[in-house]
Design a protein around this ligand. Structure first.
Ligand SMILES: CC(C)(COP(=O)(O)OP(=O)(O)OC[C@H]1O[C@@H](n2cnc3c(N)ncnc32)[C@H](O)[C@@H]1OP(=O)(O)O)[C@@H](O)C(=O)NCCC(=O)NCCS
Length: 346
């Protein structure tokens, strides 16, 4: 049964009596690996060029345009949709939190590659996981998951108890496989967290979100068009600036400095962007959570995948302060300073 706590007379969101904490996490990648050597069969490029410019060695592809015309080298892997990846990551996060779908008050699915225009992709995910409490999609491109974190904490502030927040993408369906300027960047996958209400100050210590709609032409995909179109260099320059500005605001609001950040979990778009941002923020490279080498850019899924891999590999300790920051088409940006405390009583 979905549970919604009573909203008190205190204006929602203006009280520090109710906070949120991440209590479960998970990730899912389709089994089909697409190496840079395979990309080299599509257009004139090289493994060295891709690695040097982006840090990407391989990415994963769901069944779809990349896998389907290549059955000999890439047989179907049974993961064909954003919903399937989301459900797999979501199920892991629920198991880690010791919950079932029936406990969830709201599913927030962050995606920029929904399976259909109607209905929202959160509907099949809710069905797969047995969630009845509420479900919606959130599209803020590659900043989506961090937007979702802020939305989830807002829902907790107004009475929700348990949120499943998922970032899931099948970007290889939106990739223009003949465009050598960006086709090597993207991959498919999903990451998820369970967010639960806790007494007192929660884990969200500071946040910032923004959008500059005048920058739409830098990165877009049209219905019926050939796929994603991007002005890479212009996105690159702005991405560094926007991410640094946003992260700086979140850190100021949280009253923390670079020395307090145990782990920086950036959107995984390009290793050069990630390291340039870290350097400008005064964060050493060994504090960057990086999965881009084996995932490519998975948009809304990249931060929760990196977070789940960091947690599973023992890189996070109870009470650590982490910084999440992303940017994306729109252009959008978002950052959050978060205390990692899955052991918090609830
Ligand atoms: C896409 C990106 C990797 C390209 O790297 P770059 O260093 O900007 O490369 P450029 O576009 O300036 O191209 C440099 C040269 O490489 C060539 N080139 C382009 N694509 C190539 C490829 N796949 N293989 C080999 N050479 C390539 C260009 O033709 C150009 O050659 P020239 O100097 O002779 O004209 C980079 O711009 C980037 O990552 N941008 C941000 C993208 C991003 O984060 N998007 C997601 C937003 S959420």
């Amino acid at each position: 049964m979905a549970r919604v706590a009573q909203v008190t007379s205190t204006p929602p969101g203006l009280t520090s009596e109710r906070g949120c904490a991440i209590t479960g996490w998970g990730s899912a990648l389709p089994s089909t690996v697409v190496t840079n050597q395979q990309i080299m069969t599509l257009f004139d490029t090289s493994d060295e060029w891709i690695v040097e410019r982006t840090g990407i060695h391989e990415r994963r592809a769901a069944d779809g345009p990349f896998v389907s015309p290549r059955p000999a080298s890439s047989p179907p892997n049974g993961m064909g949709t954003t919903a399937q990846l989301a459900a797999q990551a979501g199920a892991q996060a629920l198991a880690k939190a010791g919950l079932s779908g029936a406990d969830i008050d709201m599913l927030v699915l962050c995606t920029t590659s929904p399976d259909q225009p109607i209905p929202a992709t959160s509907s099949p995910v809710a069905e797969a996981l047995g969630i009845k409490g509420g479900g919606m999609d959130l599209n803020a491109a590659c900043a989506g998951f961090t937007y979702g974190l802020v939305v989830a904490c807002g829902l907790v502030a107004v009475g929700a108890e348990k949120i499943l927040l998922v970032g899931a993408e099948t970007l290889t369906r939106l990739t223009n496989w003949s465009d050598r300027s960006n086709a090597f960047l993207f991959g498919d996958g999903a990451g998820a967290v369970v967010i639960e209400a806790v007494e007192g100050e929660g884990s969200l210590l500071g946040w910032d979100v923004g959008v500059d709609g005048s920058l739409q032409p830098l990165f877009f995909a049209d219905y019926g068009g050939p796929g994603m179109s991007m002005r890479g260099q212009e996105v690159f320059r702005r991405a560094v600036r926007m991410t640094v500005d946003s992260a700086t605001k979140s850190m100021e609001r949280a009253k923390v400095s670079a020395a307090d950040i145990a782990l920086f979990v950036p959107h995984q778009a390009n290793l050069r962007i990630m390291t340039a941002v870290a350097e400008r923020l005064g964060l050493p490279e060994d504090r960057i959570a990086s999965v881009i080498g084996h995932t490519g850019n998975t948009s809304s899924a990249s931060i929760p995948i990196a977070l789940a891999e960091a947690a599973d590999s023992g890189r996070l300790a109870e009470g650590d302060t982490i910084l999440l920051a992303g940017f994306g088409a729109g252009m959008t940006w978002a950052s959050a300073v978060w205390r990692w405390e899955p052991g918090r009583p609830r």
